[in-house]
Design a protein around this ligand. Structure first.
Ligand SMILES: Nc1nc2c(ncn2[C@@H]2O[C@H](COP(=O)(O)OP(=O)(O)OP(=O)(O)O)[C@@H](O)[C@H]2O)c(=O)[nH]1
Ligand SMILES: [Zn+2]
Length: 229
């Protein structure tokens, strides 16, 4: 079979495509959730990002005829990898409870969790752990990155946008308190129809981290007045 170059020419960016769809049952967030893990080829970076598709009807919420809730626009979370919180249940951050919340809420109405391999806001696991050692005594989560010579948030959501396009999801409702995710997805041509706030999973141990996100980052989360600045 002969392969002809596309009409757009050899320099046109390659669109990402679905590589495989793997059915799984998740035993998570106190439920058993039917899911499909989707892998991709041609993503704009080298990360092994996956989409977890949740068909809807897996919780207390309803499911419309498209299986996607809210007028057919799916609820989507871009979840940045956090090995310490997601896997080991570290109490330093809110990532584990946020992932559980996302799986529970999205499985109720249908949508997807994109699990993005952007550990440590893009600086990687080892650097994040170094940053942990620097934190405390006046050094917050953002300042620690700067002391390591890194940006405060190095995440890029081009791969997330490419994954959504490959899945045919060009309009989404985004589960987040982080306006940068909304802005970047929009810049990459995904229409964010609505921003659905994630809950605030405040504990004594993660209070300083959440306070830094609210007061020094640009996250739209409201904390009780007494939470440390
Ligand atoms: N560099 C660094 N990364 C951290 C630290 N604590 C958590 N992270 C990473 O931060 C990422 C999660 O980002 P957050 O800022 O908590 O939340 P978000 O995903 O931007 O926002 P939401 O969508 O509202 O949850 C994960 O990749 C974590 O590994 C830290 O102290 N230093
Ligand atoms: Zn975390």
């Amino acid at each position: 079979m002969s392969v002809r170059p596309s009409a757009a020419g050899p320099t046109a960016p390659r669109e990402a495509a679905v590589r495989a769809r793997v059915p799984l049952t998740l035993d998570r967030a106190e439920r058993r959730l039917p899911a499909e893990l989707v892998t991709f080829r041609g993503l704009p970076d080298a990360g092994e990002h996956v989409a977890c598709l949740l068909p809807g009807g897996g919780g207390s919420g309803g499911r419309d005829e498209n299986g996607t809730g809210s007028g057919g626009v799916p609820l989507v979370r871009l979840h940045s990898e956090c090995l310490t919180g997601d896997v080991f249940g570290s109490t330093r951050c809110d990532c584990g409870p946020q992932l559980d919340e996302a799986l529970r809420r999205i499985s109720a109405e249908g949508g997807a969790v994109l699990y993005l391999r952007q550990e440590g806001r893009g600086i990687g696991l080892y650097n994040k752990l170094d940053a942990y050692l620097l934190q405390g005594a006046g050094t917050d989560t953002f300042e620690a990155n700067r002391l390591l010579g890194r940006g405060t948030d190095e995440r890029d959501y081009a791969a997330a946008a490419a994954m959504l396009r490959a899945l045919g999801l060009r309009r989404v409702r985004l589960l987040t308190n982080n306006p940068d995710k909304v802005r970047q997805l929009s810049d990459h041509g995904i229409h964010v129809e609505d921003t659905v706030p994630t809950r605030v999973h405040l504990t004594r141990e993660n209070a300083a981290y959440l306070a830094a996100k609210a007061h020094l980052g640009r996250h739209t989360l409201t904390l009780p007045a007494e939470t440390a600045r």
